[in-house]
Design a binder for this molecule. Structure first.
Ligand code: PYC
Length: 332
């Protein structure tokens, strides 16, 4: 029996996949996208697994469903799906979703040039430029980002002692800067990062398990952000973000860049108004900016913005048939 048929626009944001699912949306209960995300996780997570994992997806696969806005002034709501789960917020996913949604006519803005987005993490405004039916760039004003824990010593089995920071930028990030056990990100260390990251994440969550002070459903450090020197002279820094069980983000990671800017701001290394060009493991760039400062539950936070671009690569009609032994995906 066919359990679902999903039309999708496939593409990428600065190299990382975005699969915008345009049909087959389950009806989700709840007032806010955070509540709808909980309902999806409870009853429909099989759709995420079927569309993200092999044989229909792959380790890095990431996507989104569009929903009607959940706020009076919102244009559209986004539910993020990924191999790592159902994220509260995804920066590269937002840039791709906005691009493909506008280009295909699925999203109609109330006001040209800006979209008010309802995401599980909260309001995100996306400014964009469109030329001859193509979106040239998207700049998203993300949810407030903050440094949650600084200089946490953590013992990682098989690796040793690391010192990490934990910052929030729409998801909680474990930030690992170069130190005696880690020389810094470059393309040749991808295999090591894939092997170490799950251990670092498990050790940090066993010790701390961060919880967002305004939404306890946003909890646990889901991503590990390894930092390093950039390849391009116009980038300020490079990073490689690990997510799920086997993924290294090919984009510079929007929520990760927000978390990194919050960490650097808290340490006095960035100030309000500063631009921060962040590079991915493949050399693609996001332009981040500390737009302003605010507070989250009494903690200093920044208002980050992230600019990037996305391209469509094709369209897809995916079926999930319960007679297929791999209907709900697998990982090797
Ligand atoms: O761009 O925020 C992001 C993101 C999260 C996971 C992968 N990319």
């Amino acid at each position: 029996m066919i359990l679902g048929t999903y039309y999708c626009i496939d593409g990428h944001t600065c190299g990382n996949p975005v699969r915008l699912v345009t049909s087959g949306h389950p009806t989700l209960l709840g007032e806010s996208m955070s509540e709808k995300r909980q309902h999806f996780l409870r009853d429909y997570d099989w759709i995420r697994r079927a569309l993200m994992f092999e044989p229909r997806g792959h380790d890095m696969m990431s996507g989104a469903f569009l929903y009607p806005p959940t706020t009076a002034d919102g244009d559209v709501a986004i539910l993020f799906i990924e191999t790592s789960g159902c994220l509260p917020m995804c920066g590269h996913g937002t840039i791709g979703t906005v691009t493909f949604g506008l280009e295909s006519g699925l999203i109609t803005p109330k006001e040209q040039g800006v979209l008010k987005l309802d995401t599980p993490a909260g309001r995100v405004n996306a400014y964009y430029e469109m030329n001859a039916g193509k979106v040239t760039w998207v700049r998203l004003y993300n949810v407030p980002a903050f440094l949650a824990y600084q200089a946490v010593p953590v013992h990682v089995d098989g690796l040793g002692e690391l010192t990490v920071d934990i910052a929030y930028g729409g998801n909680f990030y474990i930030i690992v800067e170069p130190q005696s056990l880690f020389a810094g990100v470059d393309q040749s260390c991808a295999a090591e990062l894939l092997a170490w990251s799950p251990k670092v994440r498990a050790a940090v969550n066993a010790q701390i398990n961060p919880i967002h002070p305004e939404d306890s459903t946003v909890c646990g450090a889901s991503h590990v952000l390894w930092t390093g020197k950039p390849q391009h002279s116009d980038s300020h820094a490079a990073n490689a973000v690990f997510y799920g069980d086997k993924a290294l983000d090919r984009s510079p990671c929007g929520t990760g860049t927000s978390a990194r800017m919050a960490q650097l701001y808290a340490k006095g290394l960035l100030k309000e108004g500063d631009t921060f060009v962040h590079e991915s493991i493949i050399g693609s760039q996001f332009i981040g900016k500390v737009e302003g400062t605010t507070e989250v539950a009494g903690k200093v936070a920044i208002q980050p913005s992230i600019q990037g671009w996305a391209r469509q690569t094709g369209s897809n009609c995916i079926t999930v048939d319960d007679e297929d032994p791999y209907a709900f995906g697998f990982q090797v």
